[in-house]
Design a protein around this ligand. Structure first.
Ligand SMILES: Nc1ncnc2c1ncn2[C@@H]1O[C@H](COP(=O)(O)OP(=O)(O)OP(=O)(O)O)[C@@H](O)[C@H]1O
Ligand SMILES: [Mg+2]
Length: 467
């Protein structure tokens, strides 16, 4: 049986959810490349453990930057490696792949991702906005006419979106997130302690010491690096207050961006958000006290779901289940003739080709009484009219769903294989890299914004749209 997969291809972490099995892979987005042969030699955790500890012959590559592919070959090799590890592809079995991307992604970046997925053995490629998927993974029903606001604070990007009826109404994506905080910490420690620390140490310090509000118990940590004056290894004690000061500007920028999104949100949706709160996902949601800080600054309660690092991957599993929630002979036949590429949420694209029809049903992650709405593109043959809907209204909810989603099959239950991110104090010496060398991405704010969602443009003839 073909196992469709959802991939949260993050700047820092890549997670894969197999439909029906849950999250089966959770590894850092890192590749180690042999500089002599130019061949990748390690991926994920193995490559991550090599950071700062390699000879000149091995280069550590972070194939994604700001949530998009920065090094195509390395991304391709990494995804290929992860997919092969799962043993789900063969000549005869090609899975559909749902890839989650930042809202600001350009057409070129989107095509690169589709291309990469196809080369990794995907039969059809679905591309969806991260905040939307994170909302589903947080248990929100985004398909009803009600406003939902998500802030996905990841490693490379902070994606903020207001979603209603399955579509993004207002969104903003900035390339300021966890990685920026690591750079802030490197710079702060250099300027205030004359100590040079590396990225890995900076991230450990952040996880251990960062606190967004003063009511959180402060901590301190012995941090080793290179003394700027002597050039020798040295250990100094860094406190929570240092880190709070270091990352304050970055947190303020994220808050200001979220406030900007709220300002552009239509009043009806704002009142829904006031009532439900803002959902904060991504690794940044684990900063201690961050929900209190955001909540006070934005005047709206902020909720961090149980596994914020896994929200996107969990949501991808739910959406896959929804997309293929019914299998049958006709579905299989039809799938042979439908498109290779389906854009579930065509944000920021031009050229909407063709009318869409609605398919209504229940969101996979919400109680049965809630309804979900999807739009199916003109190439999909399962057209449902209002009459169809009325005709089936007397059926039990589950059957209505079956009727309305006859082409969407399934059997998924999401298994939670959470891997806790350890934030143990580690005091070993680390070769610091000069932070000034790493500041090129600083404040490179993505300005792309969608006040109302624009339809997608697929260059492929047979593209199909769901939103
Ligand atoms: N306990 C923690 N405290 C603070 N930050 C944390 C914690 N755990 C993880 N992070 C940070 O979260 C970020 C990774 O989050 P996530 O996996 O959501 O990003 P990503 O999906 O890979 O990136 P993006 O979505 O931007 O492409 C890193 O910057 C990491 O340092
Ligand atoms: Mg992410």
């Amino acid at each position: 049986m073909v196992k469709d997969i959802g991939i949260d291809l993050g700047t820092v972490n890549t997670l894969i959810n197999i439909k029906g099995q849950g999250i089966v892979l959770d590894e850092p987005s890192v590749v180690a490349v042999n500089q002599l042969t130019k061949e990748p030699i390690a991926f994920g955790k193995t490559a991550n453990d090599m950071i700062g500890r390699t000879s000149q012959d091995i280069e550590i590559v972070f194939p994604l930057k700001g949530g998009v592919i920065a090094d195509f070959d390395a991304t391709m090799a990494m995804v290929d490696h992860f997919v092969k590890k799962l043993k789900i592809t063969s000549v005869l079995t090609k899975p559909d792949m749902l890839i989650c991307v930042p809202t600001s992604i350009t057409d070129v970046e989107r095509k690169a991702i589709i291309n990469m997925a196809e080369q990794s053995g995907a039969k059809r490629v679905y591309v969806e906005d991260e905040p939307k998927v994170a909302a589903v993974g947080s248990g929100l029903n985004i398909f009803i006419p009600s406003g939902n606001m998500i802030i996905d604070l990841g490693g490379g990007t902070t994606d903020i979106a207001v979603i209603s009826l399955g579509s993004t109404v207002v969104s903003k994506s900035i390339k300021i997130a966890g990685d920026q905080m690591d750079e802030d910490i490197i710079r702060y420690v250099k300027e205030n302690y004359e100590l040079l620390i590396g990225d890995v140490m900076a991230e450990k310090v952040k996880k251990k010491l960062a606190r967004a509000t003063p009511d959180i118990e402060p901590a301190s940590m012995r941090v080793s690096g290179r003394d700027l004056a002597t050039g020798l290894p040295v250990t100094k004690t860094i406190k929570s207050d240092d880190i709070s000061e270091a990352i304050a500007t970055t947190l303020d920028t994220i808050i200001a961006t979220a406030a900007g999104v709220l300002e552009k949100t239509p009043p009806e949706l704002s009142s829904d958000i006031m009532f439900k709160g803002i959902y904060l996902t991504g690794g940044g949601a684990l900063i201690k006290g961050i929900e209190g800080l955001f909540s006070e600054a934005l005047g709206v309660k902020v909720i961090v779901p149980e596994n914020p690092l896994q929200s996107v991957a969990l949501g991808a599993g739910d959406l896959l289940e929804k997309l293929n929630s019914k299998t049958g002979f006709w579905t299989s036949i039809k799938r042979l003739f439908t498109s290779r590429q389906i854009f579930i949420n065509p944000t920021g694209r031009e050229n909407n080709q063709g009318a869409a029809v609605r398919v209504e049903g229940r969101s996979a992650s919400v109680p049965k009484s809630d309804s979900a709405t999807k739009q199916v593109g003109k190439n999909d043959h399962a057209h449902h009219t209002t009459d169809d809907k009325e005709k089936h209204e007397d059926l039990p909810q589950e059957d209505q769903l079956a009727v309305r989603e006859e082409q969407l099959p399934s059997n998924t239950s999401v298994k939670d294989t959470t891997e806790e991110v350890s934030d143990d104090t580690i005091n070993h010496a680390e070769t610091g890299s000069d932070s000034s060398e790493q500041e090129t991405e600083n404040n490179s704010e993505e300005t792309k914004e969608s006040a109302t969602e624009k339809p997608s443009n697929s260059s492929e003839e047979n593209s199909e749209k769901l939103s």
